[in-house]
Design a protein around this ligand. Structure first.
Ligand code: E4P
Length: 217
C-alpha cells in the first residue's frame, strides 16, 4: 500500500519523506488555507515546493465547479510539474473533466467520494485515483472502511485500474484496516504514519538491550 501524506505543511512532508516511506501528497483548499497559503500565485508556488520535496504524485485540487473552468485550471496545474495529479470533485462536470484529462494522459484524483456508485463512475471516467473519505463517513456514524471494501470488490470484478486512495484517514487503525482491505493508497496526517512506529514492548525491549550492553562494556 502506498503512503501519501494529507497536508500542505512542508515540515510534515519533509519529515515523512526523510523516513523514506512517503509515496505522495494530497492537498485540498482547506489544508492550503490552514497553512496560510492564499492567492493563486502563492498556491501554485506551494504546489511546486511540495513536488520538490516528495518523489511521487501530488494532488492539486481545482476550485471550479464547471467543466470549462476545471479544464482550464487542471491544465495549468498539470503544467506546473510532472508530479501533479489534477484533483476533481465528484460531480457531473468533475466526471466529464476526469474523462477529458484521462484521454490526454493527465493523472486525476476524483475526490469527495462517499458511495460505491460514485467510485464506479470515477473508474468509468478513467480516474487514476478515487478518494473515498472514510473518516468523514465515520463522523456521521457510517462505516467508512466498508466503503473501501465495497469499492475494492467492484473494481476487482472488472479489473478497473483506478487506484483506491483511502482518504480522510484519521489514525493508525484506519491505516491498518485499509491495508487489510487492499486499498492501493492511504492518505492521512503525519500522526497516522508515525503512530505506526509505537509499541511499548519495542521501547522497553530496546531499553533493556541498551542497559545490558552497558553492563558488559
Ligand atoms: C483527501 O484527499 C482529503 O484531502 C482529506 O483526506 C480529507 O480529510 P479530512 O476529512 O480529515 O479533512
Amino acid at each position: 500500500m502506498k503512503f501519501f501524506i494529507d497536508t500542505a505543511n512542508l515540515e510534515d512532508i519533509k519529515d515523512a519523506q526523510d523516513m523514506g516511506i512517503l509515496d505522495g501528497v494530497t492537498t485540498n483548499p482547506s489544508l492550503m488555507a490552514k497553512e496560510g497559503i492564499t492567492g493563486i500565485d502563492n498556491i501554485m508556488k506551494h504546489y511546486v515546493a511540495i513536488c520538490n520535496i516528495v518523489d511521487g504524485d501530488v494532488s492539486a485540487e481545482v476550485i471550479s465547479t464547471d467543466f470549462e473552468g476545471m479544464v482550464k485550471e487542471g491544465e495549468a496545474l498539470a503544467e506546473l510539474h510532472e508530479q501533479i495529479v489534477v484533483k476533481l470533485p465528484m460531480i457531473k462536470d468533475g466526471i466529464k473533466a476526469c474523462k477529458y484529462f484521462s484521454d490526454r494522459g493527465i493523472k486525476t484524483n476524483v475526490t469527495l467520494v462517499f458511495s460505491p456508485g460514485q467510485a464506479l463512475l470515477a473508474a468509468k471516467a478513467g480516474a487514476t485515483y478515487v478518494s473515498p473519505f472514510i473518516g468523514r463517513l465515520d463522523d456521521i456514524s457510517t462505516d467508512g472502511l466498508n466503503l473501501v471494501a465495497e469499492i475494492r470488490h467492484i473494481y476487482d470484478n472488472y479489473a478497473f485500474e483506478t487506484q483506491i486512495l483511502a482518504a480522510s484517514v484519521r489514525h493508525t487503525m484506519h491505516v491498518i484496516d485499509c491495508a487489510k482491505l487492499g486499498a492501493d493508497v492511504m492518505t492521512g496526517p503525519l500522526s497516522s504514519i508515525t503512530g505506526l512506529l509505537r509499541h511499548p514492548l519495542t521501547d522497553s525491549g530496546l531499553e533493556k538491550f541498551l542497559a545490558d550492553y552497558k553492563k558488559g562494556n
